[in-house]
Design a protein around this ligand. Structure first.
Ligand code: SME
Length: 156
């Protein structure tokens, strides 16, 4: 396996198009979930320079912090709380252009300004975790991020 990530210097969509096959080959060759979540977090942060990229995993009635890249973060989030807990409760991707305008947003860092959360969903519709990405800028995420990140999440 190549250890170096190849990063496109083109548009956002081109960056994802270069990144996704590399993520696929990284995770196809490994069946350990934590190893794969760790590498996906690192690949996303390295490609886009996001402030924070990582996973929370469902444990009982809470999300518990999993593999991530970035500053230390809140360890537990209740179902329906914050952006992550809401994406879990609704089982849908949430794009938040301005975290201050999201009721109940959980500020793990005051530097985080916008956010996308993609649920990790089993075949039966049950959510087993979320991918959370935070940006220091407003309006960072859109339908392009949602589409490519949902594809990555469907492989996990
Ligand atoms: N802001 C998130 C909490 C997780 S951290 O940003 C890493 C939320 O509102 O769910």
């Amino acid at each position: 396996m190549a250890e170096d990530l190849c990063i496109s210097n083109g548009s956002k969509a081109e960056k994802y198009q270069t990144l996704l096959p590399q993520i696929k080959s990284l995770i196809e060759g490994e069946d350990d979930l934590i190893a794969n979540l760790a590498n996906v977090s690192a690949a996303l942060k390295e490609t886009f320079g996001f402030f924070w990229a990582g996973f929370y995993l469902v444990k009982g009635e809470e999300l518990v912090l999993g593999p991530f890249q970035g500053p230390i973060a809140c360890t537990r989030i209740k179902k329906g709380r914050g952006v992550c807990g809401t994406a879990w409760a609704k089982a849908e991707t949430l794009v938040v252009p301005d975290v201050d305008a999201f009721p109940g947003h959980i500020a793990c860092s005051s530097l985080s300004r916008s956010e996308i959360v993609v649920p990790l969903v089993l075949g039966n519709g049950e959510v087993w975790g979320v991918l959370d990405i935070d940006s220091e800028n407003l309006n960072t995420f859109d339908a392009t991020d949602a589409r490519f990140l949902e594809e990555v999440c469907s492989w996990l």
